[in-house]
Design a protein around this ligand. Structure first.
Ligand code: DND
Length: 242
């Protein structure tokens, strides 16, 4: 198979077997450990070959809302996934002009990959209830299996009844993900308040946020800003520790 894009995994070469490609779509503003754990659980539970992290280009549902640039969201996604051999970050949607719809993305991937590669679109279970109303939801149902990761305290009722009452034939697998009630908005709020992101997202992502002063981050040292501790820039502790 000749894959035209270098940042998508080349799957499907052995025609005697089926390949399972996980697709983790998201705004990723910023990406966090909830997304990463969710994808890792899906990888294990569904026996996936690879998981592609796909930051949304111009998200269909975020029109009019302030979202960081595709370049920044892609860069953070790349940093967060770079040490995992079965995770790949792709520019597939970021590079596509106009509003990005998942149905279009799945169709473009279908055209790229041979038939022995199946798609598993991974989302939070709360998003599953909304998928039925996505643009061309019938195409989404036809092109991919859905994986709904349950978040802490989440009642599956809404997702299940939405799927059952949909006229389209969605194939959904629900997946228990360890208790991680992390959200991108929580991270943005913490950055604005000068609080640490340690253990909420990989450290290189925190470094990127501070380096590029996203979400109201002040130009500061990695992690928290020095002035929290009453230290002026360029000054260290008396014992030499900065
Ligand atoms: P979000 O903005 O919800 O992503 O977008 C999710 C995907 O849905 C993207 O690929 C969108 O393009 C697509 N979408 C949405 C609406 C309409 C259409 C398409 C359309 O075509 O009409 P976030 O960055 O907020 O989160 C990424 C994923 O991670 C989501 O599925 C979210 O539910 C999930 N998530 C968690 N899962 C487990 N534990 C946590 C999570 N936090 C977020 N702590």
């Amino acid at each position: 198979m000749e894959m035209q894009r270098i940042d998508l995994p080349a799957l499907g070469e052995d025609t005697d077997r089926t390949y399972r490609l996980g697709i983790m779509g998201g705004t990723f503003d910023p990406i966090h450990n909830g997304h990463l754990v969710c994808a890792e659980c899906a990888f294990d539970a569904l026996d996936l070959d690879m998981v592609v992290f796909m930051p949304a280009g111009s998200p269909a549902f975020k029109q009019g809302k302030q979202v960081s640039t595709g370049e920044d969201r892609y860069a953070m996604t790349l940093l967060a996934t770079s040490d995992n051999p079965h995770f790949v970050a792709t520019r597939f949607e970021v590079d596509r002009p106009g509003v990005t719809y998942t149905a279009d993305t799945l169709q473009l991937l279908r055209d790229l990959y041979p038939d022995n590669v199946e798609f598993f679109f991974i989302t939070g279970a709360d998003a599953i209830a909304d998928v039925v109303a996505w643009r061309n939801a019938d195409r989404v149902a036809a092109l991919a299996h859905l994986v709904g990761a349950t978040r802490p305290g989440y009642d599956l009722g809404r997702a299940e009844s939405a799927i059952e009452s949909s006229p389209y034939d969605f194939d959904v697998t629900y997946l228990e993900v360890p208790a991680l009630s992390i959200s991108s908005s929580y991270l943005r709020e913490r950055v604005r308040e000068g609080k640490s992101l340690r253990y909420l997202t990989p450290d290189p992502v925190t470094g990127y946020i501070h380096k590029h002063q996203l979400y109201g981050a002040r130009a500061s040292r990695y992690g928290a800003s020095n002035d929290r501790y009453g230290i002026r820039s360029g000054e260290g502790h008396k014992d030499g520790q900065a």
